[in-house]
Structure formats: C-alpha cells, structure tokens
Design a protein around this ligand. Structure first.
Ligand code: ZN
Length: 57
C-alpha cells in the first residue's frame, strides 16, 4: 500500500499555501507513517506531516 502526498497543503497558522519539500523517490513508495515536509510560502513555517492510512478517515 502506498500513499501519494498532496503537492500542497493549507498552512494551519496563516491559511497560506505550503509546498511539498520532501524528495519523492521515483522507484520507492511512501507508506502510511512516513513523514513529508512542507514549507509555507507566506509565513515560511515548516510543517512535517505524517502520512495517514488512506483507508482510515
Ligand atoms: Zn503560513
């Protein structure tokens, strides 16, 4: 089972757009529990997001 992280997320602090920072390996897949990093374009905060199980809301 693999997880595709979104390219962008909404910044929790300022509502701006956070862009994916993490390098995504082409021949390796991310799995639930892996951490990807985002950087907010507006407030420059970094967010580390733990990928969830896509079958689990
Ligand atoms: Zn922000």
């Amino acid at each position: 089972m693999s997880v595709i992280p979104p390219e962008t997320i909404v910044c929790v602090d300022c509502g701006g757009t956070c862009h994916l920072l993490s390098y995504l390996p082409e021949d390796d897949e991310l799995e639930p529990g892996d951490v990807v990093a985002y950087r907010c374009a507006d407030c420059n905060d970094r967010w580390d997001v733990v990928l969830g199980d896509p079958d689990d809301d």
